[in-house]
Design a protein around this ligand. Structure first.
Ligand SMILES: Cc1ncc(C[n+]2csc(CCOP(=O)(O)OP(=O)(O)O)c2C)c(N)n1
Ligand SMILES: CC(=O)[C@@H](O)[C@H](O)COP(=O)(O)O
Ligand SMILES: [Mg+2]
Length: 629
C-alpha cells in the first residue's frame, strides 16, 4: 500500500485486524527506508507502530485527542495523519518537524520535544472538555523514561485526585535513551513479570473467598491478607492507590490485546493507565538489539548492515568534556558527575565506565539533579552536572533558589549550547546565557574551540567560589591542536586574536570563525577591526571594555544566543552602568522568535549569523574606504 494515499486517520478506524497487521508491516518498511536517508528517531517509532494504529483505530482525532510525550515517537502518527509524503524532508530546513507541530496538522493537538509534559497537557484539555460538556476522548502516550520526569508524577497525583476521565498509555520498552533507571522502573519491571494484573487480583480475591469466615475478625484479617498479597504480588497497586484503574501489562505488538485493553480503558470512568509493553526498534534487528541507545536517534545508516554512516572528523566537544573530566577525576576525589538520562549524549557514560561510583544517571529529572548537585557541594564534593542547554531550563528554580543563592560549588557542563539543528525549536540551546547571566554568583564561560574547552573544564574544576557554567556546542571541534598540559584560565579575561583600529568585534564562543573571516575580508577593503574571543559572558572583561571605551571605536557583539538578555545585552548594560553613554554598539545574535529545524549552516544563513552579514553590519558603523591600490 502507498502510505502517501493516507490522507486522514479515519481510514484506520475502518481497518480489519488483518489490514492493521498489513499496514503495520508497510509502516515499518517505510520508516526503515526513509530514516536510513534522513536519520531521526528510528528506535522509538518502530516500537509504537501497532500502538499508534490501535490508538487511531479507537480515537477519532482531531475531535478526540492523542498527546505524545517527548513526541520523538510521533512519526507513525504523522504517517497516519496525511504526512507520509513529507518524510523525505524530515527534520530538514522548512521540512517535516521531528516532533508534533500544531501548525503542521490539526491532529497534532500538543507540541512536545521536552519530556514529561503530556499528562499535564492532557489534564488541562480534559478539564476544558468537562467544563464545556463535551464527550471527546483524550489519550496521552508517555514512555517509561518520560514517566521518571517529575512533572509526570505531579500530573499523576492531580489526575488521580480529580478522578478525571482520561487514558494514559504507558509505553514501557524498558529504555529511556539508555536503559531506563529508577525505582519506578523497578516497579514496572515487577509488573512486566507478574502477568495480567487484573487476573492476579481476581485470583487473590478467589483465594481469599475460600477462607471460611469465622466472624468479623478473620474476615478483616482475610481482607488485610488480600491487600498485602496484592502489594506483594502486583505492583499495579502503585497506580491503583494513586486513583487510577490499572490495565496491563498489555502486549504492545498484539492488536487483540491492544484494542481490547485500550477500548476498555477508553470506556472506563475515571483515569486509566494502560501499561503497554513494547520493544524499541521492533522489526529491525540492529535497532532491536540496541543496548546503548544508538538507535534512539541517529543520522543516516546502511539498512543491510545497520552500519551508521559516520562522518570522520575532530573529536566531539562532548567527548573532550568527558575525557578531560576523567583525566582530572583521577587526581580530584571530589568530582561527582550527574546526568539526567543523557549518559550517551553527554558522553558521561565513558566517565561512568571508569568511575561507576561517582556517576549518577537520575532519570529525566533535571530539577532533582540540580538540587542534588547543590547537596553534594555542601558536603565538599565537586559535582559536575552535564546537561543540554535546553534541558537545564527545566531546573531554573533549582538553579536560583538552591545553587546560586547559596553560592554552592556546582559546575554546570552545558552541552548543545547554541543552535542544535535537526531537533529544532524545542531543543535550540540559545536561552541559557540569558537565564544564567542574571543570577548572582553564577559565572558563564564558553570556549572558542575544543582545546580551550579542556582548559576551561580544568579552570571550572579548580574554581571553588560558587556555581560556574561552561557551555559548548553540539558536534565536533575544529581539529585544533590539543595542548598536552592543562592550564588555568583567568576567569573574566578575554583574548585579543587580531588587532584593528576601526572597530572591535566581541565574539562569544562559536561565532569566532565568522568574526575572523569577516575581519579578514574587511582588512582587504582597508577596514581594520579588532577581533576578541570574549570567552566569558559573566564576568565581562571590564579592563578590556574600559580600553575600548577610552578608544571610542564602535563595537559589534556576536553570539549564537538570543539577543534579549545574552552576551550583547551584558556589554550594553556594562557601558550604561559605567556611565558611558556615547559608545556605538551593535549586536548580532538570535532574534526574538523560535528557530525551527534545519542544518546549523542553513539556520545561520536564515538568521544572518554569517561573515557577510558581519561585514554589512560593520559598514553601518565604519565608512567604506577606497580600497588600497
Ligand atoms: C526534559 C527532557 N530531558 C531530556 C530529554 C531527552 N530525551 C529525549 S527522549 C528521552 C528518553 C525518553 O524515554 P521514553 O519516554 O521511555 O521514550 P522511548 O524513547 O523509550 O520511546 C530523553 C531522556 C528530553 N526530551 N526532555
Ligand atoms: C528527543 C530528544 O530529546 C533526544 O533524543 C534528543 O534528540 C537528543 O539530541 P542529540 O542528538 O543532540 O543527542
Ligand atoms: Mg522507553
Amino acid at each position: 500500500m502507498d502510505l502517501k494515499t493516507i490522507k486522514d486517520p479515519a481510514i484506520v478506524q475502518a481497518c480489519s485486524r488483518q489490514e492493521l497487521e498489513s499496514l503495520a508491516q508497510h509502516i515499518r518498511e517505510f520508516l526503515i527506508q526513509k530514516l536510513s536517508v534522513t536519520g531521526g528517531h528510528l528506535g522509538p517509532n518502530l516500537g509504537v507502530v501497532e500502538l499508534t494504529l490501535a490508538l487511531h483505530h479507537l480515537y477519532q482525532t482531531p475531535k478526540d485527542k492523542i498527546i505524545w510525550d517527548v513526541g520523538h515517537q510521533a512519526y507513525v502518527h504523522k504517517i497516519l495523519t496525511g504526512r507520509a509524503g513529507q518524510f523525505d524532508s524530515l527534520r530538514k530546513y522548512k521540512g517535516l518537524c521531528g516532533f508534533p507541530k500544531r501548525d503542521e496538522s490539526e491532529h497534532d493537538v500538543w507540541e512536545t520535544g521536552h519530556s514529561s509534559t503530556s499528562l499535564s497537557a492532557a489534564m488541562g484539555m480534559a478539564v476544558a472538555r468537562d467544563l464545556k460538556g463535551s464527550k471527546d476522548q483524550i489519550a496521552a502516550v508517555i514512555g517509561d523514561g518520560a514517566l521518571t520526569g517529575g512533572m509526570a508524577l505531579e500530573a499523576l497525583n492531580h489526575i488521580g485526585h480529580e478522578q478525571t476521565n482520561l487514558t494514559i498509555i504507558l509505553n514501557d520498552n524498558e529504555m529511556s535513551i539508555a536503559p531506563n533507571v529508577g525505582a519506578l522502573h523497578s516497579i514496572l519491571g515487577r509488573l512486566r513479570t507478574t502477568g495480567k494484573y487484573q487476573k492476579v487480583k481476581d485470583d487473590i480475591e478467589f483465594l481469599i473467598k475460600k477462607i471460611p469466615a469465622f466472624g468479623g475478625r478473620l474476615a478483616s484479617t482475610a481482607e488485610r491478607v488480600k491487600d498485602s498479597l496484592k502489594y506483594l504480588l502486583v505492583s499495579g497497586m502503585f497506580f491503583e492507590e494513586m486513583g487510577f484503574t490499572y490495565l496491563g501489562p498489555v502486549d504492545g505488538h498484539d492488536f487483540d490485546d491492544l484494542l481490547s485493553n485500550i477500548k476498555y480503558g477508553r470506556d472506563t470512568n475515571g483515569p486509566v493507565i494502560v501499561h503497554v509493553l513494547t520493544k524499541k526498534g521492533k522489526g529491525y534487528a540492529p535497532a532491536e538489539n540496541d543496548a546503548k541507545g544508538t538507535w534512539h536517534g541517529l543520522g543516516p545508516y546502511k539498512i543491510e548492515s545497520g552500519e551508521v554512516v559516520k562522518k570522520p572528523g575532530p573529536p566531539a566537544y562532548s567527548a573532550v568534556f568527558s575525557s578531560t573530566l576523567q583525566r582530572l577525576a583521577h587526581k580530584d576525589e571530589r568530582i561527582v558527575a550527574l546526568t539526567a538520562a543523557m549518559p550517551g549524549g553527554t558522553k558521561l557514560d565513558q566517565f561512568g565506565a571508569e568511575f561507576p561510583e561517582r556517576m549518577f544517571d537520575v532519570g529525566i529529572a533535571e530539577q532533582h539533579a540540580t538540587t542534588m548537585a547543590g547537596g553534594l557541594a555542601t558536603q565538599g564534593m565537586k559535582p559536575v552536572f552535564a546537561v543540554y542547554s535546553t534541558f537545564l531550563q527545566r531546573g531554573y528554580d533549582q538553579l536560583v533558589h538552591d545553587v546560586c543563592r547559596q553560592n554552592l560549588n556546582v559546575f554546570f557542563a552545558i552541552d548543545r549550547a547554541g543552535l542544535v539543528g535537526a531537533d529544532g525549536e524545542t531543543h535550540q540551546g540559545v536561552f541559557d546565557i540569558a537565564y544564567l547571566r542574571h543570577l548572582p554568583n553564577m559565572k558563564v564561560l564558553m570556549p572558542k574551540d575544543e582545546n580551550e574547552l579542556q582548559h576551561m573544564i580544568y579552570t571550572a574544576l579548580r574554581y571553588d567560589d560558587g556555581p560556574i557554567a561552561v557551555r559548548y556546542p553540539r558536534g565536533n571541534g575544529y581539529g585544533v591542536k590539543m595542548d598536552e598540559e592543562l592550564k588555568e584560565l583567568e576567569i573574566g579575561k578575554w583574548e585579543i586574536l587580531k588587532d584593528g583600529k576601526d572597530a572591535t568585534i566581541l565574539s562569544f564562543g562559536t561565532m569566532l570563525p565568522v568574526a575572523v573571516e569577516a575581519a579578514k575580508t574587511l582588512s582587504e577593503q582597508n577596514v581594520h577591526v579588532r577581533v576578541v574571543n570574549a570567552r566569558s559572558a559573566k564576568p565581562l572583561d571590564a579592563d578590556l571594555l574600559k580600553e575600548l571605551q577610552e578608544e571610542g571605536q564602535p563595537i559589534l557583539t556576536l553570539e549564537e544566543a538570543v539577543l534579549k538578555g545574552s552576551f550583547g545585552s551584558a556589554v550594553l548594560e556594562h557601558f550604561h552602568d559605567t556611565g558611558c553613554h556615547n559608545m556605538v554598539i551593535e549586536r548580532m545574535g538570535i532574534p526574538d522568535r523560535y528557530i525551527e529545524h534545519g542544518s546549523v549552516p542553513e539556520l545561520y544563513e536564515e538568521i544572518g549569523l554569517t561573515a557577510e552579514e558581519v561585514i554589512n553590519k560593520i559598514f553601518t558603523l565604519v565608512p567604506r574606504r577606497r580600497q588600497r591600490a
